[in-house]
Structure formats: C-alpha cells, structure tokens
Design a protein around this ligand. Structure first.
Ligand SMILES: Nc1ncnc2c1ncn2[C@@H]1O[C@H](COP(=O)(O)OP(=O)(O)OP(=O)(O)O)[C@@H](O)[C@H]1O
Ligand SMILES: O=P(O)(O)OC[C@H]1O[C@H](OP(=O)(O)OP(=O)(O)O)[C@H](O)[C@@H]1O
Ligand SMILES: O=C(O)c1cccnc1
Length: 522
C-alpha cells in the first residue's frame, strides 16, 4: 500500500468466504483462462466476467452528505496485490470438517500466479457523494472481483466515514484551527493512522500523530500533558521550565489545578518569554465550562497584553459541542479533537456494501488487443438483490454517476448504465427518477452542464489514474462542499440531495424486480 504501515502482503486481509468462493469459481472452471492453471478436473463451466458496485445506503451522522475516502489506499492495495509463499503456506494449512486440506494444490498454484486484471472506475477521493451512488465499480473475472470485496469495503468505509466527520467539524470551525488528537483512543494502530490521514483530508490542519506526519506528509502540532505540570512542585515552575526548554513552541495547559489561576501563571511565563524575544503562542483548556473559561481567560490575556495568544480547547469535543460553544461566545480559536472524531463516536461504521450488478461470459478473443475493446461483444446479464425493504434492493448495471450543476453549485446526481442508458442520454431531455418513488421525476436539457463522477483508475489491472497528493485531495473537499446547497450541509434535518436513476436504468430495474418476484430465479 502507499506509505504502508505494515511491510507485508495484505492479500489475506479478507474474509475466508472470499477465498472459498474464489476456489469454487476456479473449480467450476469460471476463472480467467489467461491465468496459468494446469488443473484438469475443472468442469469447464463458462468463464464469468462480472461487475460489482460499491455504495452505501445512508449518509452517516444523520447528515445530508458523505465525503468519499480511501481510494489512495485502494490503489496501493491493488498495486501490491499478490499471494506470497507464506500466504500460500498458510492457506495450504487450512482444513475442512473432514480434516483434509480446504484447497487443492492446483488452486494454490493458480493464486501464486494470479495477477489482477480488473478494470476499476472510482469517484475521486474527497468528492461529496450520496446514498446509492457507486463510489467504486469493479469489472473483471468474477473470481478477482470477489476477492477484492472485503479489502475494498474495509478501506473505503472507514476512511470515508472519518473524512466525512472531519468535514463536518470543518464546517462548524470556519477559519479556526483544527488539531486531531485521537491516536490514543483510536481503533488500533491502523485505525489511528487512517483516521489521522482522513481527518487531514476532511479539513483538519494538523495531527498530534507523528508517524502520520511522517508517512502522509501531514503537519504535526501539539501542546503538553497534565503530567508535565504534575511532575513539578508548582505550576509556575512547570510552565517556566517548559518555556525555557522550547521557547519557540509554547502552548501551556492551564487546567491542572485551577484554570484561571493557571492562566495567570501562563501570563507570568509569557512575560519572561517576551523578555527573551519569544511569544506565548497559546494556552489550552481541557475541562470545565469551556465557554465561560475561555471568555474569562481571554479577558486576562488581553488585559496583560497577550492579545495574540490563542486559546486552545479540548475535552471530548465534536461538531455539536463546538457549534454550541461558538453560539455561547466562546473565545476559542484552536480546537483539539480526538476520541469523537477518530472513532466516529456517534456512528462507528459506514454501511458500504459491494453488490454484483451484472455478469456475462468472458470474452478473450484477442488477449493482446486493448482491454477496453474486449468488453463489447457479449451482452450483460443484469443482476440484483431483492429485499422486502425498497432501500435494500440493489441496482443492476454498469453504473456511472452524472452530476448536473449550474453556476451556483450541484443540482442532482443521476445514476445511469453505461450501455443501456446510452441512447436516452443522447436525447434532448434526460429523465431521472427517484428510486424510492417513481412518481418523482426531474428532467435535464441537453445543455445542462454536468460531470461524470467515476473515472478510470485501473485498466486490465494496470493503474491509469494519476492519484492527487493529500494536499490536493484536502483542497478538493472544500471545493466540493462549496458546491453543496447550505440546506444539505446543515446538521439538523438536512435536505435530501436529489439522486435518481436514469429512465432506462429505472425501467431495467423495475423489469428485473418483476421478473425475480414472479419467480424467474431458476
Ligand atoms: N459551555 C459548554 N457547553 C457545552 N458543552 C460543554 C461546555 N463546556 C464543556 N463542554 C463539554 O461538556 C463535556 C463534559 O464536560 P464536564 O465539564 O462535565 O467534564 P470535565 O470538565 O471533563 O470534568 P472534569 O472536571 O471531571 O475533568 C465535554 O464534552 C466538554 O467538551
Ligand atoms: O478529549 P479528546 O477529544 O479525546 O482529545 C484528546 C484528549 O486526550 C488528552 O487527555 P488525556 O486525559 O488522555 O491526557 P492528559 O493527561 O494529557 O490530559 C487531552 O488532554 C484531550 O483531553
Ligand atoms: O498535544 C496535545 O495537546 C495533545 C495530544 C494528544 C492528545 N491530547 C492532547
């Protein structure tokens, strides 16, 4: 993976059922025949090419939007995909209920030689996205698409969740500074690393996580802990010593004993710093009534001439508390946020899913020709998952998302099928239908500006996408948020941003539901 935390192959970072299904596809002869295999027991069933879409059904945090994350790590994962000798040795050791090996040697040889040849299209990292839109579309040999399900969901779900949380915090913080302090409370080392990266992309200014600073090129910032103050006989001695040791980095934590007394001690240290030509950068509040204490601390600092000394606050903050503190007139301009950001405390998972949307017999007429041209010959057999709950019925198709906009921002997103919708998209008017209420329709004229969100990332297993750096992705989040109507961004009862199906995709889906409900499942 890019800037990886673990120096090891991550191909086994998956659910066992992905590997057993892959084994099943291999044994049934449904594998890509360009991959070396000498096994003669395969049944000769048709090789299958598949399309899977990765999407979620509900915005997190009862919000009106989500910010896509994880693509850089997905690219790193795919580029490093491969089963090592140690991986294969482990798979060889697995046994079934009869104590015999779970996998035949031929399959392990197949995995040893497996090179991903999928096409992957994705919505770039840092884009605002909405329920039911494919963030990632994977097309290729069904065995390969299946193997990718779990790692893709793992990488996209968590990073999108934390990027979204950070973006919400940025919305309330305005131009204030946001510091991410979460590592100590994060879900393990990798959770902490991913959260630091996502927090920065979502709009944080810096992290206290030094390894994230190094690996991901994120600015690092920090103050000091209560233990520093407690390790000296007096708070004044603690502050003075800290300032002597690091006069160019002095933000003093003032709440260990009595907050406003602590501010007075910090001011004394500030005077000493000034005499040496340095400044007291800040004080930090970490308990009590942060609105009241920040207002009183500001008065003390200003009266002593420390008008440039910032007030930093921390203590279980989230976007709701920060919003409230601002409404109370708190004089805080730097916010340290840990636990509730990195654990996505109020909604600890984004429910992204990965659903099969179409299959067809693979077409390898000319393996040396352009893989994109190899996709055209055989018609797709569209697939969907039924459910009693309309929201859980998946949408079939080789999906793409068209985002219509005007000079003020984004208007609506329309999911269409790259093959079925092609004719209708050339008409003078395009019709988009609400997936949960077919009577709700919108029409767009041919001259309405739009952007198709999914871009090619892999073709035939080769990366064709130039991944923007973390700073460009961070800037993209703010550009994207600026395109959203304020009603979609508000926290309480946000507007539902319109997402619909292009008419012919809607019709295809309806036909398929009727067919499946009428028992055409055999
Ligand atoms: N003025 C305020 N308005 C709304 N929430 C606040 C305000 N001041 C602090 N909070 C938040 O209230 C929560 C709990 O604060 P509380 O004062 O109960 O605990 P504490 O100060 O950490 O207690 P302790 O003194 O035991 O450390 C924290 O999430 C904090 O950010
Ligand atoms: O509240 P969070 O949003 O999670 O932010 C991180 C918290 O971690 C530290 O507390 P901790 O009690 O762990 O250490 P300390 O002794 O340095 O305060 C810090 O003082 C913050 O309160
Ligand atoms: O630098 C800080 O102030 C800090 C770092 C981690 C956690 N809490 C605070």
């Amino acid at each position: 993976m890019t800037n990886k935390l673990y120096d090891t192959s991550l191909s086994l970072l998956t659910d066992l059922y992905q590997v057993t299904m892959a084994y099943g596809y291999w044994k049934a002869g449904m594998t890509d025949d360009r991959q070396p295999s000498s096994d003669s027991t395969r049944s000769g069933a048709a090789e299958k090419e598949a399309v899977f879409n990765l999407y979620f059904r509900k915005n997190p945090f009862s919000g009106g939007f989500t910010v896509s994350g994880g693509l850089t790590n997905v690219i790193g994962y795919i580029n490093n995909f491969g089963f090592s000798r140690k991986d294969l040795r482990y798979l060889r050791s697995l046994t079934g209920s009869d104590g015999q090996p779970l996998f035949e040697e031929g399959f392990l040889t197949y995995l040893a030689n497996l090179k991903l040849s999928c096409d992957i299209d994705a919505i770039p990292e840092g884009t605002v996205v909405f329920p039911n839109e494919p963030l990632l579309r994977v097309r290729g040999p069904i065995l390969q698409c299946q193997l990718l399900e779990t790692p893709l969901l793992n990488l996209v779900n968590f990073e999108s969740l934390i990027t979204t949380k950070a973006a919400r915090l940025r919305l309330v913080a305005g131009t204030d500074t946001l510091l991410e302090f979460g590592l100590r409370r994060a879900q393990g080392a990798d959770g902490g690393m991913t959260a630091s990266r996502a927090a920065y992309i979502g709009g944080f200014d810096a992290t206290s996580n030094v390894l994230a600073g190094k690996l991901y090129d994120i600015p690092v910032r920090g103050t000091h802990a209560h233990s520093w103050v407690m390790s000296f006989d007096t708070e004044q001695e603690a502050f003075d010593t800290y300032a002597e040791m690091m006069p160019n980095n002095v933000t003093l934590l003032v709440d260990t004993y009595d907050t406003l007394e602590g501010v007075k001690h910090a001011i004394q240290t500030g005077h000493k710093l000034r005499q040496k030509g340095y400044a007291l950068s800040g004080i930090r509040l970490d308990s009590g009534d942060l609105a009241y204490l920040s207002i009183e601390a500001r008065k003390l600092l200003d009266a002593a001439g420390f008008t440039d000394t910032a007030i930093v606050a921390s203590n279980d903050l989230d976007e709701i508390i920060i919003n409230s503190l601002k409404q109370q007139g708190a004089k805080i301009t730097v916010w340290g946020v840990g636990t509730k950001l990195v654990t996505a405390y109020d909604q600890p998972a984004l429910g992204g899913v990965y659903k099969l949307a179409a299959v067809r017999q693979a077409n390898h007429a000319d393996p040396d020709s352009d893989p994109a041209e190899n996709h055209t010959a055989v018609r797709w057999d569209y697939k969907m998952k039924l459910s009693e709950q309309a929201i859980k019925i998946s949408t079939p198709g080789i999906q793409q998302v068209r985002r219509f906009r005007d000079e003020r921002g984004f208007l609506a997103d329309m999911i269409f099928d790259e093959e079925r919708s092609a004719d209708d998209l050339n008409e003078a008017t395009t019709t988009m239908i609400d997936p949960l209420d077919f009577t709700k329709r919108r029409r767009f004229e041919a001259d309405q500006p739009f952007e198709d969100l999914l871009v090619p990332v892999f073709r035939g297993g080769e990366q064709v996408y130039d991944c923007p750096d973390i700073h460009a992705t961070r800037a993209r989040v703010q550009e994207q948020l600026a395109g959203l109507h304020p009603g979609v961004k508000r926290f309480v009862n946000p507007h539902t941003y319109p997402v619909g199906l292009e008419k012919s995709l809607h019709e295809l889906k309806t036909e398929l539901i009727l067919k499946l409900r009428e028992g055409g499942r055999e």
